[in-house]
Design a binder for this molecule. Sequence first.
Ligand code: ZN
Ligand code: ZN
Length: 284
Amino acid sequence: MNKEMHQGKDEKFIPMTSISSGSLRKIMDDVYYFTDQIANVILVGKSKDDWVLIDTGLPEREDAIRNAIHERFGQDAKPKAILLTHGHFDHVGGLVELLEDWKVPVYAHELEFPYLTGEQSYPEPDVTVEGGLLAKISSIYPNAPINVEPYLKPLPADHTVPELSGWEWLHTPGHSPGHVTFYRQDDGLLIAGDAFITVKQDSFYKVLTQKTELNGPPRYLTTDWSAAKQSVEQLADLHPKMAVTGHGTAMKGDGFAEKLHQFVKEFDQVAVPDYGIYAPDQEH
Ligand SMILES: [Zn+2]
Ligand SMILES: [Zn+2]
């Protein structure tokens, strides 16, 4: 097995951004997130020496992540660990570079390991899927695996989250095989990756303005829609009070659980594409 770390070998420039790009925002006292271009990076913890980073954004954006960390925890702060919701290019972008510097463990679900150890590429993005411009140009998105094997560790089987007490991880596959969501029951906070998102990721305009609305996982990369639906059902059943997702603005407040339940009811109509390589029931 190749022990040398590397980013995906098909890294490409991502020509998009959003109006909120670059701002560090607070959800709870110990949870901040930073939207870099189109992807969210989450910082969980209260002090410089005791925090974790969840996901690492788009390729070649590690300096932007460092700036956000600097703003939150001061110069030279490094996390105790990095947690991954999944291994897509827009969630592991700065990972190799940051690890070379920090040398901290990276935790992910074992089903994502092939994509994080250089063994296997994700399926090609589906440029034919029903959706807007971002789906049409999704062939420019990298899908080759990165390799972070020296630092990679499986999330614990008992569903506890390393370095984060009071949190649990839930397997929420569909968008990718080993996709996970982090949940804190005390305040009902979900860190949901791309299990669902709060912006219409295949609309260029809505990504640009970050109009907040519940949406299914980004279509061009989602390969198992029935698992994706079950995952959102599982999350809605927790009656969460707020969520920060991989893309879009965090949602919080009265009625969030209700909105998520409603979204589950409409999932087949609003989230699942009518056509595309991975769309179900293509016969009719
Ligand atoms: Zn993804
Ligand atoms: Zn994503």
